[in-house]
Design a protein around this ligand. Structure first.
Ligand SMILES: Cc1cc2nc3c(=O)[nH]c(=O)nc-3n(C[C@H](O)[C@H](O)[C@H](O)COP(=O)(O)O)c2cc1C
Length: 395
């Protein structure tokens, strides 16, 4: 049997000959060459090239595979995906976010499109005696006895997302939202940028393993720089990032080619080098040292609430931290729990898909562990998850 490539070569000779023959009978058929000749040229380009085997084996026709692949996401989104099936965010919720953001009509006739009998369906139970909400702006006090500047936080806040992972416009929009809504905006590990400060929304400053914004020239923690930034009025709390659900234990790298003068100045890193976030911290290496670092940051910041964020991996390690809390009597003011399913700006696919405990299991474990060592009532647990209206944290 002949291969497609052989068929094409035969076609490339026969088709022009047939068209020229037809011209003797009906001269306008010469225009068919305008279609056939480009096909032949493209087909021979495919035969000669060595990069794509599909194009080499199926000259010209193979190109359709790449064309369809290029619009696969759009076909999936507009024609295949149902209103409830898209991930990570279904169209049902995406549309709702757009409608509300634009002040458009967001109500709907008829009933739910959810299958309420499917396993795993979740709902909220109402009361037969509903009340008018009187406290429209509930606040939760963050900061125990050791905090001189406790923070009255909203139950819903914006999770860590760095300037660099997000554009300056996105950071400014989030911060303006935080200002208007009276909630807090976590900087992410990329440090405090002028865009976080422009609209005056409350800030939770996140300190990652790169200590961006508070590091010396070797990448180690610098207390003076930390003190300077953390004492700004707008900085309400400090979060030490131990790990993140999408890439626990991975660290990160911003290649030198992508490093701008502005980001270098914000992060306190030199131009011309890759910016590396190591997998672990250099300021501490044991649970006791972690808690001592919590205390150092609390003192340097003038007594602001300090907590840490982690994705649960080895459970004995978290229990080790609980044990160290009892030993040192130093408690974090909050613990932020991220699930292995959590989002990120960029992470290796294997880590995103398969490393780190999912949020539900992790939160139950953290809650139980803190109850077990008798400190749950002194530590707030935050969880990172999508709330569609807010990508936020829930107390
Ligand atoms: C674009 C982007 C950037 C992020 N940057 C950080 C970061 O700098 N530090 C961090 O702790 N988490 C970071 N996260 C993770 C979020 O804070 C949060 O844990 C995660 O988005 C929760 O997962 P979900 O949104 O899929 O529910 C980032 C997430 C996204 C989507």
């Amino acid at each position: 049997m002949m291969t497609m490539r052989q068929n094409f070569i035969i076609f490339s000779f026969l088709a022009p000959l047939i068209i020229l023959g037809l011209c003797y009978i009906w001269s306008p058929s010469i225009w068919a060459l305008a279609v056939v000749l480009p096909i032949i040229v493209l087909g021979y380009i495919d035969v000669i090239q060595k990069r794509h085997s599909v194009r080499r084996l199926y000259p010209f026709l193979g190109r359709f595979r790449y064309m369809f692949e290029a619009v696969r996401a759009e076909i999936q989104q507009y024609f295949v995906e149902s209103d409830t099936s898209g991930t990570p965010i279904a169209r049902e919720f995406r549309s709702l976010v757009y409608q509300r953001a634009k002040g458009a009509r967001d109500t709907r006739p008829f009933g739910t499109i959810f299958d309420v009998n499917r396993p795993g369906y979740e709902w909220v139970n109402h009361s037969l005696a509903p009340k008018h909400a009187t406290n429209l702006h509930p606040r939760i006090k963050f900061g125990g006895d050791d905090c001189l500047q406790p923070y009255m936080a909203s139950p819903l806040n914006i999770s860590a997302m760095s300037y660099g992972a997000l554009s300056k416009n996105a950071i400014m929009a989030l911060n303006k939202g935080a200002k208007i809504g009276g909630f807090s905006h976590n900087t992410g590990e990329g440090s405090l940028s002028p865009y976080h400060l422009k609209h005056g929304g409350d800030i939770v400053w996140q300190i990652g393993t790169g200590y961006f914004g508070c590091r010396d020239s070797d990448g180690n923690f610098n207390g003076d720089l930390f003190e300077e930034n953390s004492r700004r009025d707008v900085v309400k709390m400090i979060e030490i990032k131990l790990s993140q659900g999408a890439k626990p234990g991975h660290g990160g790298i911003l290649p030198a080619a992508k490093l701008t003068e502005e980001i270098a100045a914000i992060r306190h890193v030199p131009m011309g080098h890759d910016v590396v976030s190591p997998p672990s911290h250099s300021a501490f290496s044991s649970p006791v040292e972690l808690l001592e670092f919590v205390k150092v940051l609390r003192d340097l910041s003038g007594g602001k609430p300090v907590g840490f964020k982690l994705c649960i991996g080895r459970r004995d390690e978290f229990l080790g931290i609980c044990k160290a809390m009892l030993e040192t009597k130093i408690l974090p003011d909050f613990i932020t729990v991220d699930g292995g399913e959590g989002g990120t700006g960029a992470a290796p696919t294997e880590m995103t898909n398969s490393v780190g405990s999912p949020l539900r299991d992790a939160l139950i474990f953290v809650n139980n562990a803190l109850i077990g060592v008798g400190v749950r009532d002194k530590i707030h647990c935050l969880k990172c998850f999508q709330l569609f209206i807010f990508c936020g944290q829930w107390h």
